[in-house]
Design a protein around this ligand. Structure first.
Ligand code: PEP
Length: 247
């Protein structure tokens, strides 16, 4: 079992005003001492303002993307050090939308993972199969390869210090969720891949998690929490899900 976490990926949604309102609403909630750590991932342009709202908060801040480079002539990119400087603790790497829409290869994802850790951020490595790959019986192979690409670059000892989120591509933003058994099967395979040292690595499930399906998913042996997209955009919905993570 890893440390319980609940992460909210706001994707490219919201104005400065709505981001601040949502952060402030979440921040008003009094978390129990043993509650799962909550992380929010606002759009980059709102990070600094949200960071100010979360000063002294138990809610952690994360970014949705990071450059694989540490500095230099990379117009439009943001380095891990810059994110750390803005109060980020975590960063998503390898989200399926970045792999599919932005064409990030497993090699680039691995480089971003390395850059994040080198800067002092905790990467949340997202992995998952497409529907086609699942139907072809390749789920475990695809996920293992995505993780191996990172292990090959940084080594297993670095990977086990991060967080891994299993997010089947066909379940992201579709309203379709992996069954608790499907999700547990993949989480258990990831746990095995990480070996003895990875027993305490935090493994999250993501893909259309909501207040109705979260409890059964989070009850699974190798699921330590969730990465939530759509349902993290409303404070009451996200807080309900957060309360279902077993601390
Ligand atoms: C995500 O963005 O990582 C995600 C899981 O989205 P959703 O919960 O909307 O499927």
């Amino acid at each position: 079992m890893g440390k319980p976490l609940i992460a909210g990926n706001w994707k490219m949604h919201g104005t400065a005003e709505s981001a601040l309102t949502l952060a402030a609403q979440l921040n008003q909630y009094r978390f129990q001492e043993n509650a799962a750590e909550m992380i929010i991932f606002p759009p980059l342009v709102h990070i600094s303002a949200v960071s100010a709202v979360l000063a002294d908060s138990s809610i952690a801040l994360g970014a949705q993307n990071v450059s694989q480079y540490s500095n230099g002539a990379y117009t439009g990119e943001v380095s891990g050090e810059m994110l750390l400087d803005q109060g980020c603790k975590y960063v998503l790497v390898g989200h399926s939308e970045r792999r599919a829409v932005m064409g990030e290869s497993s090699q680039v994802v691995a480089e971003k993972f390395r850059a994040a850790q080198n800067a002092g951020l905790i990467p949340i490595l997202c992995v998952g199969e497409t529907l086609e790959q699942r139907h072809a019986g390749k789920t475990l192979e695809v996920v293992a390869k995505q993780i191996d690409a990172v292990i090959d670059l940084v080594g297993l000892n670095k990977v086990i210090q991060a967080v891994i989120a299993y997010e089947p591509v066909w379940a992201i933003g579709t309203g379709e969720t992996a069954s608790p058994q499907q999700a547990q099967q993949v989480h258990s395979a990831i746990r095995t891949q990480l070996g003895e040292a990875g027993q305490a690595t935090t493994l999250l499930y993501g893909g259309s998690v909501n207040a109705s399906n979260a409890a059964e998913l989070f009850e699974q042996l190798d699921i330590d929490g969730g990465l939530v997209g759509g349902a993290s955009l409303e404070a009451d919905k996200f807080l309900k899900i957060a309360q279902l993570v077993e601390a």
